[in-house]
Design a binder for this molecule. Sequence first.
Ligand SMILES: *[C@@H]1O[C@H](CO)[C@@H](O)[C@H](O)[C@H]1NC(C)=O
Ligand SMILES: *[C@@H]1O[C@H](CO)[C@@H](O)[C@H](O)[C@H]1NC(C)=O
Length: 171
Amino acid sequence: MARKTVALLSVIPLLGVSFTEARNFVPVVINTWPFTEATSTAWQALEQGKASLDAVEEGCERCEQLQCDGTVGFGGSPDEDGQTTLDAMIMNGTSMEVGAVCDLQDVKEAVLTARLVMQHTHHSMLAGLAAANFAVQMGLTPANLTTDASSRLHADWSGRPTSASPTSGRM
Ligand SMILES: *[C@@H]1O[C@H](CO)[C@@H](O)[C@H](O)[C@H]1NC(C)=O
Ligand SMILES: *[C@@H]1O[C@H](CO)[C@@H](O)[C@H](O)[C@H]1NC(C)=O
């Protein structure tokens, strides 16, 4: 993702889940990344009879908590300022409604915020400070997304003037 800070901020695990609601469908969870705990979490949600959208959200949340691949969730790929910022998008495959956040700072729950954007605003995407302010208005707690590991990544990169960003090559 090309941004002025030239950094990949987070990978969104793309999960597709079929409808458990309809008996004639066989439920399927598809994950484009090898994050099997996310897939299992989504599957468990379906087994509990939850809606497909809940399954997608819970699967993605699991990856946010696990910091899958070091690129999802807090402490992921820091930008040139050493900040971790998050992107997430979610879609209701029945209504085609979409909610998304990008450049979300200081809030860990990116996919939940994306879902809240879909359900509680007329926007399809909120970015940056607007996304963070919205998340806090919706009751989410501000958090520090920087970890010792992401600080080290940034510090290592800072000493290498030829690198484009702390996550050079993955922009
Ligand atoms: C998805 O959209 C459909 C059609 O509008 C709606 O009936 C359903 O409740 C939505 N799913 C969720 C989990 O909000
Ligand atoms: C966030 O956490 C990092 C790593 O533990 C720490 O270095 C930094 O001071 C913290 N930032 C704030 C604003 O608390």
